[in-house]
Design a binder for this molecule. Sequence first.
Ligand code: ADP
Ligand code: MG
Length: 695
Amino acid sequence: MTKVPELFGSMVFNEQVMRERLPNDIFKALRNTIKTGKPISSDVADVVANAMKDWAIEKGATHYTHWFQPMTGVTAEKHDSFIQPAEGGAVIMNFSGKQLIKGEPDASSFPSGGLRSTFEARGYTAWDPTSYAFVKGSVLYVPTAFISYSGQVLDKKTPLLRSMDALSRAAMRVLKLFGKTPDNVTPSVGPEQEYFLIPRELYKKRPDLIITGRTLFGAKPPKGQELDDHYFGSIKTRVLRYMEDLDEELWKLGVLAKTRHNEVAPAQHELAPIYSTVNIATDHNQLTMAIMKQVAEKHDLVCLLHEKPFAGVNGSGKHNNWSISTSDGENLLEPGKDLKNNLQFMVFLAAVIKAVDEHQDLLRLSVASAGNDHRLGANEAPPAIISMFLGDEITDLLETLASGKEYSNRVGNKLSTGVESVPVIYEDTTDRNRTSPFAFTGNKFEFRSLGSALNIACPNIMINAAVADVLNTFADELEKVKAADFKKAALALIKREYIAHRRIVFNGDNYSSAWVEEAKNRGLLNLKSTPEALAYYDRAENVELFDRLKIYTDREVHARKDILLENYCKVINIEAGTMSELVLKQILPAAIEFSTVLADNIAKLNALKVDAATQTKLLAVVSELIQKAYAAAQKLTDAQAVVKNAEGLQAEADLSYAKVVSAMNELREYCDKLETVMPKALWPFPSYSDMLLYV
Ligand code: ADP
Ligand code: MG
């Protein structure tokens, strides 16, 4: 293997390449744009485009693409070659500044939630110079934002960039009160990505996996994850070779792939990168997911990114580690060691507490999807109830502050929360709570409700927006206070806000049924399904919030809600249709064949006067399941018809959940029972054990 430092970023048009390849003044102009977000002039763009093209061609590129993240949640690309006709029937390779800056994909088929009707399919992509271009295969990828001609956002990146801006502005206002004036403040994210690997030849025999990304049938295997022997277990050779290949490919693209290990379920694994600025982390996570699938092909494996590929087996999530830091390198969520910084930390901490409590709905709906509905609340992922873990030390401190008493911490250090000072907080590493949806882990918050397939843009837009809004209200209040009274006022604010929002703090076991009750008493939301969560998207408070922060207009909020509702209905409908088809065309015919075998056998045994009691019992079981499965399949089709007649997207989604999902669950139950009594040779699909235990 080549040395990693040489390999790393070798396919990326990064700052080092820019410095080498661009004239000094152009390099400076571009770097200024990257830093400040100021637009680039067309002269500069021409030079950059040309240098980028020459570099890309050396790396094997023949095409370029504006790479963007439409509302489908996956990335989109359309390849254009660099060729341009030249004299004498020849071609030259060309890439202009205009082509770099702006593209016009025929955007009519991307979901827009009514923002752009198909007859005026006019959207354009705009280069995002803050995320480096890269070469993958024979294509130069230019990261872009996707916007309609009337200025409405059609993608996930534009609002993410807007939310970063809002957060930066708000945080700077608060920092100024502490005498700090960094250039900007940015949120950083490290997303831990879980995935499954299964053999390709088995995948090909599972139409449900191919069509829907998850198994719609499958009896629980005799050995699942109960022995806990897979988590952090030694990695099988074939998987390790895959991981090595994956790391190499990601490193070439400048993705900071850092940690790899086996996960809880058999055939489940995780990759965690080193954190980066959230828009880059988002691009890199999209890239990581794409490369995971690609590399798997090379190893005759398939990488499953669905949140719940196998029922009864742990699903896959994505932990979103989030912090905010200044351009001077100060992490604002670092408790720190001296008192002055502690007060600042406490103000930011109070802001996050308030933000999470006030915007539980937005956090919850930002992770809502048909796939993730199988995980949240299923005692393997955090519940659908949003709460925060702060650890005993910080919670004790806040509680003491709230009660006005003196604080003494558990290691015996006597620390005072007198008006003049706030005690030192030691990093709380002892009692990490793995069940909390939103956990403070020393110097960052870990939002754990995300499903593995999710584009991380949306949850981060929500966190950034919620925290920015609260910081603005804090700044509004504290800016009015005289410098001499600032500390006192800040402490009073922390105390007041903690008391108002402490119901969101829960350090106990989030998987317990007691918590569900307790959360209800505390008045916390428990939005169990995607349709229920999405209904909150366009509440007046939320529309106003996004408008105030200039992240979404009123219309854009409604459009986003509609896109997500529609997507949910489509996914459920596709799953239901696939299920019916597989039941009628494969499962029932196989079961009927088996019942014929049994009936023939019984007849023959009877003729020979041999006892056929067992076969007769088995036949009765199979026949009953055949009848039940057939009836359930009909019920499912009926449920789909009811949904079709629903009025409006919300009603359609609500009914999809209430009627179709439950009918699917019932149908599955009978089919899974059939699988357990049928001979392996007659069952049309590979079993869970086949897929999970033999990689
Ligand atoms: P685990 O949750 O498995 O204990 P770690 O604590 O090692 O994992 O961190 C997981 C992820 O958190 C990694 O992607 C890491 O880069 C990221 N991370 C660490 N520090 C920060 C930070 N300050 N801001 C955002 N992400 C961070
Ligand atoms: Mg984690």
